[in-house]
Design a protein around this ligand. Structure first.
Ligand SMILES: [Zn+2]
Length: 66
């Protein structure tokens, strides 16, 4: 039914946090957080998601205070 979307959902476990990523029929994954980065292995995707998570933590710590 939704096969025209050209991708299937895969669950990515990144340090205990679960993310739903799109897996393209051609075999690559698309980052669920930025939707731009493309990866050819699940491990690379997990590393990338981990980087997003770190950025978020950094952003929280660096929240501007005045
Ligand atoms: Zn990303």
């Amino acid at each position: 039914m939704s096969e025209d979307l050209g991708g299937e959902d895969v669950v990515i476990d990144c340090c205990g946090s679960l993310f739903i990523a799109k897996k393209h029929p051609s075999g690559y994954y698309i980052c669920p957080l930025c939707g731009r980065a493309v990866f050819f292995s699940e491990r690379d995707l997990i590393l990338h998601i981990g980087a997003h998570a770190k950025d978020r933590l950094k952003a929280l710590h660096k929240a501007p205070r005045r």
